[in-house]
Design a protein around this ligand. Structure first.
Ligand SMILES: NC(=O)c1ccc[n+]([C@@H]2O[C@H](COP(=O)([O-])OP(=O)(O)OC[C@H]3O[C@@H](n4cnc5c(N)ncnc54)[C@H](OP(=O)(O)O)[C@@H]3O)[C@@H](O)[C@H]2O)c1
Length: 209
């Protein structure tokens, strides 16, 4: 079992904190203030305290501030697996249900984060599904959806795959951090049925021979 810092007090941070704790890991939720977090009755700390004290990290903060936060935490994240749930959603309204992003197809948010904390081992994960299906994501017929991941560090990906498998996911490793350029836009596609029709519990599955 590991000690995991979940950096983020929003619905994703709360959901994953409970999910990792149910697997038996020691979890602390980080926020700016370190104060108690609604929806989580375990320990809390500031972002820096939480990151420093944990073996592994989940990054679940607002996309627009993620790079600034990771830059400030580079020392605390050094040598650690950082499962990056963030999406680069811009502070602009969607067009016909299609979210606006502040990144381009030539550079993902996770690549920026990896550059901001070069000694951390970022793994894109959890960004292409809604919080309602992040933990125990299987469907009534037993179908397990696919979580797409990517990152430069093989051991960090192996650790992330073990966490994801424990939570109930089938995992598809798409390669290096550059693959986040393709994985992050999956959130745009995923959100369209929600923003246009109010459906928020679907998930992606990769079918292959
Ligand atoms: N919602 C979903 O279902 C879903 C699904 C997949 C991926 N995601 C991604 O997961 C991430 C978290 O999403 P969320 O919906 O849980 O919450 P969110 O509202 O996107 O983020 C909440 C977190 O961001 C921090 N934050 C906000 N403004 C900040 C600032 N100016 N400086 C420092 N920290 C700041 C908050 O800090 P405090 O704790 O101090 O308030 C809080 O911890 C996002 O990147 C989102 O795109 C969301």
């Amino acid at each position: 079992m590991s000690s995991v810092a979940v950096l983020g007090s929003g619905v994703v941070g709360q959901t994953l904190a409970r999910g990792f704790a149910e697997l038996g890991h020691t979890v602390v939720v980080g926020s700016r203030t370190g104060k108690p977090v609604a929806g989580w009755d375990g320990p809390t700390a500031t972002f820096a305290e939480a990151a420093l004290g944990a073996e592994s990290v989940v990054l679940a903060v607002k996309g627009t501030i993620a790079e600034e936060l990771v830059t400030s935490l580079a020392a605390q994240l050094q040598g650690k697996t950082v499962m990056d749930t963030t999406n680069p959603i811009a502070d602009r309204p969607p067009t016909d249900g299609v979210l606006a992003y502040f990144t381009t197809f030539e550079e993902s948010l996770m690549e920026r984060l990896q550059r901001a904390a070069p000694e951390a081992h970022f793994v894109k994960a959890f960004n292409s599904v809604g919080n309602a299906r992040m933990v125990q994501p299987w469907f009534a017929d037993g179908t397990r959806p696919t979580m797409f991941i990517a990152g430069n560090h093989d051991a960090a990906k192996a650790e992330s795959i073990a966490f994801l498998d424990g939570l109930g996911w089938e995992v598809a490793d798409m390669g290096t951090a550059a693959a986040a350029r393709a994985i992050e836009p999956l959130c745009m596609l995923w959100c369209i049925p929600g923003l246009r029709g109010g459906s928020w519990t679907h998930a992606f599955k990769l079918l292959q021979d």
